[in-house]
Design a protein around this ligand. Structure first.
Ligand code: HEC
Ligand SMILES: [Cu+2]
Length: 501
């Protein structure tokens, strides 16, 4: 696997002058920002709707970035046939992915649409200052506010509304991601996407059609009906799947808005070459299967798509993935790579014998050795019935029970069975072949599976003689020759066997 390297940022160490012994707990800034870089020019913020990410920033200076966001409260699709009144930054949840550069000044304009019902604001985790801008940006419907903040530290950050009750505003969809690119840039990759995980707490179980309302009870229990990638069920499925070609390097920017559940992000069948843990600026682990994305936090993962095919993206908390929506897809196109992954080569049947068949196979020869085997012409002997009893207690008793009484509705009785007694040849056929069709025994219907058991013709003659003369039954014994005749008839084509009887 190709590794994508990222040069870590140098840590500037300093010691405090007032202490003789250096204090190990001294906090140092990750990088020197003694003087803020001068701002050159002005531009509009680069932003894109999910799952797309704006291109890497090429300018080599800090600038003033004008960022305009409008808050909407509007009904949107949460899942097939399910709608929900989302509160969003811009058109959708998550809001646009915003890309700025370390050192930039972000002049933020937040407007609250006059149709909205409540006040909102924005907290940038990338901002240094009270509330991340929460108080500074608090704005009533039909108003707009402006405030500025400096992108002091590079990294991937969540932004969200923090107006009270903050949990509700987040649960309704007010979140997004902002990347503050390090001034030296991030390593180049072929594709970049972003995914934000979020929960929806509604007044009905997952998938219940109609317009769903927020459920405070479920939110307090932290039991969402929906856990989704990019705001709704299926946002990354089917025609919306992420795409890449074999050999391409891919970086996915991950965010977790919560408001409650940690995300265990995993791509089935892919290994992350590098992970920028918690959205910081260093690859702090390589060859990772699943990375955790904290609530109110982020992570970045990088990998090379080597083998073509369909890959599932999941929160590995599986019931969320399969029952609450936390699933997406990545489609990788390109020539097969059988040297890395063969796909299914051969499929054959696998039949080591069921437990019952194994037990019978071991027990029957032992039983046969102990008891004197029945010979043709000696069918009525005690030896025949003794052998039959032993076969019965080894091979039949589990299902048909000790007294041949069977189990109502499951195993038909052999005791006083009209079915068994009416047609000896049919009974032989059942033991030779097994039986799997509806039958009526003593007026009751059964439709189970009687397995084909590994019995010799002698065993079959003996056990049928035994059951036909026990458990209240009285009938003819079955001769070895009878079994042989039925077996031969079964081997012939159907027409002849009919005519031969
Ligand atoms: C794994 C359970 C199982 C075992 C073991 C089993 N049977 Fe059955 N047997 C069934 C079931 C179930 C049916 C009904 C099948 C159907 O509905 O198609 C059945 C049907 C029959 C019938 C016809 C219905 C009747 O009640 O007369 C006979 C005869 C019979 N079994 C004999 C035997 C004998 C003899 C053995 C031992 C050598 C045996 N079975 C072992 C499950 C079993
Ligand atoms: Cu809000």
């Amino acid at each position: 696997m190709r590794l994508i390297l990222f040069a870590g940022l140098a840590v500037l160490c300093c010691t405090r002058t007032h202490a003789a012994v250096p204090d190990e707990r001294t906090v140092t800034r990750a990088q020197p920002l003694a003087t803020l870089p001068p701002l050159q020019g002005e531009e509009v913020a680069a932003m894109t709707a999910a799952p797309n990410v704006p291109p890497a920033i090429t300018r080599r200076h800090a600038t003033k970035v004008r960022l305009a966001l409008e808050v909407r409260e509007h009904s949107k699709t949460l899942s097939d046939g399910v709608t929900y009144t989302y509160w969003t930054f811009g058109e959708d949840a998550p809001g646009n992915f915003i890309r700025v550069r370390e050192g930039d000044l972000i002049e933020t304009h937040l407007s609250n649409h006059p149709d909205n019902s409540v006040a909102h604001n924005i907290d940038f985790h990338s901002a240094t200052g009270p509330g991340g801008g929460g108080d500074a940006s608090f704005v009533a419907p039909g108003h707009a506010v402006t405030f500025s903040w400096r992108a002091m530290a590079p990294g991937l950050y969540l932004y969200h509304c923090v107006a009270a009750p903050a949990g509700l505003h987040i649960a309704n969809g007010m979140y997004g991601l902002i990347l503050v690119e390090p001034k030296e840039g991030l390593p180049q990759v072929d594709r970049e996407y972003f995914i934000v995980q979020g929960e929806f707490y509604t007044d009905a179980p997952f998938g219940t059609r109609g317009n769903r309302k927020f459920s405070l009870e479920k939110a307090l229990q932290e039991q969402p009906d929906y856990v989704v990638f990019n705001g709704r069920v299926g946002a990354l499925m089917g025609k919306n799947a992420l795409r890449a070609k074999t050999g391409e390097s891919v970086r996915i920017y991950l965010g977790n808005a919560g408001p409650s559940l940690l995300s265990s992000f995993h791509i089935v069948g892919e290994i992350f070459d590098g992970v920028y843990g918690e959205g910081g600026t260093q690859v702090n682990q390589r060859n990772v299967q699943t990375t955790i994305v904290p609530v109110g936090g982020s992570a970045m993962v990088e990998f090379v798509a080597d083998v073509p095919g369909s890959y599932q993206l999941v929160d590995h908390s599986m019931f969320r993935a399969f029952n609450k929506g936390a699933m997406g897809a990545l489609e990788v196109e390109g020539p097969a790579r059988n040297d890395i992954f063969s796909g299914k080569l051969v499929e054959t049947t696998y039949n080591p014998g069921t437990r019952l068949q194994q037990r019978v196979a071991v027990a029957i020869p032992a039983v046969a050795a102990l008891s004197k085997p029945a010979r043709a012409g000696d069918d009525t002997t005690k030896a025949l019935l003794d052998h039959g009893r032993q076969v019965y207690s080894t091979a039949c008793i589990t299902c048909h029970q000790a007294e041949g009484q069977g189990m109502p509705g499951i195993f038909p009785p052999l005791a006083q069975s009209d079915y068994l007694m009416a047609d000896p040849d049919r009974a032989v056929r059942i033991l030779l072949q097994g039986l799997n069709e509806p039958i009526i025994v003593n007026g009751n219907q059964y439709n189970g599976v009687m397995p084909k058991l590994p019995l010799s013709d002698q065993d079959i003659a003996a056990v049928l003689s035994y059951v036909r003369n026990n458990f209240g039954n009285r009938g003819s014994t079955i001769k070895l020759a009878d079994v042989g005749r039925v077996r031969a008839a079964l081997a012939r084509p159907a027409k002849q066997s009919q005519a031969g009887r």
